[in-house]
Design a binder for this molecule. Structure first.
Ligand SMILES: [Zn+2]
Ligand SMILES: [Zn+2]
Length: 56
């Protein structure tokens, strides 16, 4: 699994730094979602680009 284009799903920040996370969409299990440290800290809502699932 390559994450060469991993970005924060909420704000678009490139991931790879400490504190960032990448995970599969909990709803469809297909889309790769990412969250940067800031969006994790602020519990910013993300939207899955594949199934439009919204979650914290
Ligand atoms: Zn972010
Ligand atoms: Zn999804």
């Amino acid at each position: 699994m390559a994450f060469s284009d991993a970005r924060c799903t909420s704000c678009g920040l490139a991931l790879g730094a400490r504190g960032t996370v990448q995970f599969k969409c909990p709803n469809c299990g297909e889309a790769n979602l990412g969250r940067c440290m800031r969006c994790r800290d602020q519990s910013v809502v993300f939207t899955c680009p594949n199934c439009a699932f919204e979650g914290p």
